[in-house]
Design a protein around this ligand. Structure first.
Ligand SMILES: CCCCCCCCCCCCCCCC(=O)SCCNC(=O)CCNC(=O)[C@H](O)C(C)(C)COP(=O)(O)O
Ligand SMILES: Nc1ncnc2c1ncn2[C@@H]1O[C@H](COP(=O)(O)O)[C@@H](OP(=O)(O)O)[C@H]1O
Length: 323
């Protein structure tokens, strides 16, 4: 009556299941991100709460009191989690390196090779985060995209406060300087000068960082805790336990606890990132701005985790989590 799984599962499905088991999620798993943005954007378009929020932003002058807690820029998760999101991501990743079997309980050479490759992958995604949101030989890529698409920093208080020039030549120079300042500003500098970042295509830094961080942590966690990284079969493990002294098994217990808590922490950071992504999708930005943030992040994840599966030379350099 019961048939074995190998006879009922199609080869394609079998390959997909074994990919999950070996810690390599198939590419379609990344669909969770466009679906999240789609659901969030649809909700913001049809929900009466989100609608009334948008109307009051458009019609009422001055600051608007958000209707939903997550629509506030000063919500606790935005300030202490997203705004310092790369520090959380780094901490979670480091906890994997110190606790997961792939990096702690394999033969020394394999352990060193896996750790170096994992650090390289971290360097690649961190470089991408720095270049896209913090610094790209001057303003970050998203700031450059904003100014290149016609955006500028409006209502800068230091310009409004400066005395008016007396001659027409001075007025001309002042006008030129004003225009230059408006276009060279980064989002951070604009905000610091109490200006408003207006007019261009404002790629969502939140969408970019939250997608990048959560996908990076999820793929690394799946790889580090995959079946292939478990060096001993259960029977062999039991046998080894019996040989060990009480002291050794106490140490193993503590190791196991760290391993489990580290994984919970990593999945916690990834899940909170996903939740904040949904909140960004509902309360902030236009469709196109969210889409461009998503596309940049997905490209980085594709290059770091999916390209090595087909491009041997790249796999040789950067490796695949858990292998
Ligand atoms: C080419 C040169 C780069 C070389 C890099 C090599 C990589 C090696 C590792 C470098 C060490 C990195 C240290 C990482 C530790 C930290 O993460 S500390 C910084 C904490 N800061 C953040 O996490 C800031 C996160 N926030 C943002 O990125 C932005 O606020 C935002 C979420 C994109 C939103 O932007 P807003 O403008 O604020 O809306
Ligand atoms: N999930 C979220 N919760 C709170 N604020 C958010 C948010 N997503 C985006 N924002 C805010 O919306 C603005 C644009 O974000 P971004 O371009 O990074 O997507 C930023 O405002 P501030 O720069 O004034 O803090 C940011 O803090």
């Amino acid at each position: 009556m019961a048939t074995s799984s190998s006879t009922t599962i199609s080869p394609r499905r079998h390959e997909s299941v074994s990919r999950w088991r070996s810690g390599q999620p198939p590419a379609f798993a990344l669909l969770v991100y466009p679906i999240t943005l789609l659901v969030g954007s649809l909700y913001s378009a049809i929900s009466p709460t989100a609608q009334s929020q948008q109307q009051s932003t458009a019609t009422r002058p001055g600051p608007v009191v958000p209707i939903n807690y997550f629509a506030r820029k000063d919500n606790i998760f935005n300030i202490y989690f997203v705004k310092v999101g790369w520090a959380w991501t780094t901490l979670a990743f480091v906890s994997l390196l110190f606790t997961q079997q792939a990096y702690t309980h394999s033969p020394v050479e394999l352990r060193a090779k896996r750790s170096i490759k994992a650090l390289l992958r971290y360097a690649v995604v961190t470089c991408a985060w720095i270049l896209t949101t913090q610094w790209f030989f001057g303003p970050a890529i998203i700031d450059r995209m904003f100014t290149l698409s016609g955006g500028r920093c409006e209502n800068i208080s230091i310009l409004a406060d400066s005395p008016s020039p007396s001659s027409s030549a001075a007025a001309g120079t002042a006008h030129k300087v004003t225009e230059e300042i408006k276009t060279i500003f980064t989002a951070v500098a604009c905000k610091a000068a109490a200006g408003h970042w207006k007019g261009g295509h404002d790629v969502s830094g939140h969408v970019f960082m939250l997608v990048l961080a959560s996908a990076f942590l999820a793929v690394e966690a799946l790889g580090a805790s995959s079946e292939e990284c478990k060096p001993l079969a259960d029977g062999a493990k039991e046998k080894q336990h019996n040989i060990n002294t009480m002291d050794h098994s106490a140490v193993a217990d503590i190791d196991d606890r760290f391993k489990v808590w580290s994984l919970r922490f990593v999945w916690g950071v990834a899940l909170l990132s996903w939740w904040m992504l949904l909140m960004t999708a509902i309360w902030f930005h236009t469709w196109l701005e969210k889409l461009s943030g998503l596309l940049i992040a997905i490209s980085v994840i594709y290059i770091t985790y999916y390209l090595p599966r087909t491009l041997t030379s790249w796999r040789y350099v950067i490796g695949i989590p858990g292998i």
